[in-house]
Design a protein. Structure first.
Ligand code: SIN
Length: 550
């Protein structure tokens, strides 16, 4: 058994009792899934929403492309369903995808009622974009490339106007807490002003996003450190399919710059991926060429770069012209101008980078995990919608649809008030020497990028596991007092879980590419679920609904 399977919480020892707060529903995470759940839960009781930084600092608010939904007359939920299933490379759950595409349009109507603005054509109809893997233009967008910002503006405004919702900015959830009856019933949190507190809740909903920061190259904001996955793991939640990390094909590749996303919608408007000689990389690789599903484009680029020896590729959006590009993608045009790039005249240097955590906490179709009292929705959850490769712009829709559904499940379950216990720290005092957290974090992110990145190999995965186990022995054995320490411990835990899952999945499927297992498993698509303290994964054929058995 590795250090990652020893029951060990991160909460620093305090001899005094911690202050306690009580609420009906605790929501950890303030992105689209968390806020959608909050609006629903507030109809039935008090809600606390925890934002790790400020409420507008989430992966959701960074979303450029938009929200996929079959709202056009010529489109259909059947077509959206078929595209989602095809992108998912055999691992989608049919029932989950049905729910997504069929309940999606009503969520869009709800957003409009909340006052979200979407881009429209001169005749007033919704302007719909095209993205990879979609057979129909069905991406709603706002202000060109600022959909996430507008969506979050509308949700935050609605949440602020709703009585019964309390928002806690800069509040770090360290660990889940279990009540005297043994069910999950809230979390221990830390706030720079209030310090450690216990928040007891009847239901705890995790909606804290993914773990892109576990990779050196990522489009994700710095908050995406997988805290909720790690915290739920420590509390006994089952994790599933964590080997599936989606690498976005086109993030900006400029020395010293963050890996800014260059939206897939740019290819939807006709841009193509080329090498430095101007050769089109996706031509002949897939019938949809540059608009193939994301895993196909990413793989096409890395294979081409491996052959050519080039460090990066380019996006050629020159046919849009400078004015046309700036009109459709104002935010991107501004960002690129900051690096001296005019997309109407220059090629945009790009490389794939980690973008979306497909796997996560195993849930049923209503967001229930295997732990009573604990629910999950949005990127942190694995409910079967995304399979082995998420279809572009399906994630905001998923946050909306499953953010609402999870609250229906909470109500149906009718959990009683928690039975609070006094907190007794089980954390041993630190035995590790002085630790340079920045160094641990950057070593981990580099190791993940090199060994658990776009193309994987069993020997390297096993080496990486040994290395993480060694790092875990001292980094998890330390007791920290502030978020950078807890985040590093969480990153290490999630990195280890992803690597273990990637080593176990001996096949190539969707975003998971193994040079030593280059084809899909002939036995069919299987989910791999992991339970705390057990060395072996449980295999479930895709298509069967996740059990979420306690
Ligand atoms: C993009 O705009 O390319 C990203 C949208 C997504 O991740 O679905």
């Amino acid at each position: 058994m590795s250090i990652f399977d020893e029951r060990r919480y991160l909460i620093p020892f305090r001899s005094q009792l911690l202050p306690q707060l009580f609420t009906d529903t605790l929501i950890v995470g303030s992105g689209v899934a968390g806020l959608r759940a909050a609006l629903e839960a507030a109809k039935h009781g008090d809600v606390f929403v925890l934002a790790k930084e400020s409420i507008d600092h989430s992966n959701s608010s960074w979303a450029q492309g938009g929200i996929a939904a079959a709202v056009a007359d010529a489109d259909s939920t059947e077509s959206h369903y078929a595209d989602t299933m095809a992108a998912g490379a055999g691992l989608c759950e049919r029932a989950a995808v049905r729910i997504l595409v069929e309940e999606g349009p009503q969520e869009i109507e709800h957003l409009m009622r909340l006052g979200m603005r979407v881009d429209r054509k001169c005749d007033g109809s919704i302007s719909l974009g095209l993205e990879g893997g979609h057979g129909h233009a069905r991406i709603l967008h706002s202000d060109g490339d600022a959909t996430g910002r507008e969506l979050m503006r509308a949700l935050i405004a609605a949440v602020r106007e709703t009585a019964g919702i309390r928002l806690f900015d800069n509040c770090f959830a360290i660990d889940l807490c279990t009540d005297a009856k043994g069910r999950v019933a809230g979390a221990v949190t830390w706030h720079p002003r209030y310090g450690l507190q216990v928040i007891w809740a009847r239901a705890t909903i995790l909606a804290a996003g993914g773990a892109g920061q576990v990779y050196r190259e990522t489009s994700n904001p710095r908050v995406a450190t997988g805290d909720a996955i790690a915290m739920a793991w420590r509390a006994g939640a089952v994790v599933r399919d964590l080997e599936f990390m989606q690498f976005h094909p086109t993030t900006l590749y400029v020395a010293g710059a963050p890996r800014h996303l260059v939206s897939e919608a740019v290819r939807g408007e006709g841009a193509v991926v080329v090498d430095r000689a101007g050769v089109r990389i996706m031509a002949g690789r897939h019938p949809r060429e540059d608009l193939a599903p994301r895993d196909v484009v990413t793989r096409g680029i890395v294979e081409h770069l491996a052959l050519s020896g080039d460090s990066h590729a380019f996006l050629d959006a020159r046919k849009l012209g400078s004015a046309g590009f700036a009109a459709r993608f104002p935010g991107l045009a501004l960002m690129l101008a900051g690096y001296g790039i005019d997309a109407g005249n220059d090629l945009i240097p790009i490389h794939p980078a980690a973008h979306y955590t497909i796997g996560g906490l195993e849930t049923d179709l209503d967001g229930r995990t295997n732990r009573v009292g604990l629910y999950a929705c949005g990127e942190v959850a694995s409910n079967g919608v995304h399979g082995a490769n998420r279809l572009a712009s399906n994630s905001l829709l998923e946050g909306l649809v499953f953010g609402r559904r999870v609250v229906a499940a909470v109500l149906k379950d009718g959990l009683p008030d928690p039975v609070p216990m006094q907190w007794e720290s089980r954390v041993r005092t630190s035995v590790a020497g002085e630790l340079d957290l920045g160094d641990v974090r950057s070593s981990l992110r580099s190791a993940m990028w090199r060994n658990v990145g776009i193309v994987r190999d069993g020997a390297k995965l096993r080496d990486c596991l040994d290395m993480f186990s060694f790092w875990g022995r001292y980094a998890l054995g330390s007791v920290f007092e502030t978020p950078d320490g807890w985040e590093t411990q969480n990153l290490l835990t999630v990195g280890h879980l992803m690597t273990r899952a990637a080593a176990e999945r001996r096949e190539t499927r969707g975003t998971h590419v193994r040079v030593d297992w280059p084809t899909a498993d002939a036995a069919g698509a299987m989910h791999l679920s992991w339970r705390f303290g057990e060395d072996c994964a449980v295999r479930t054929p895709a298509g069967e609904e996740a059990s979420a058995t306690p």
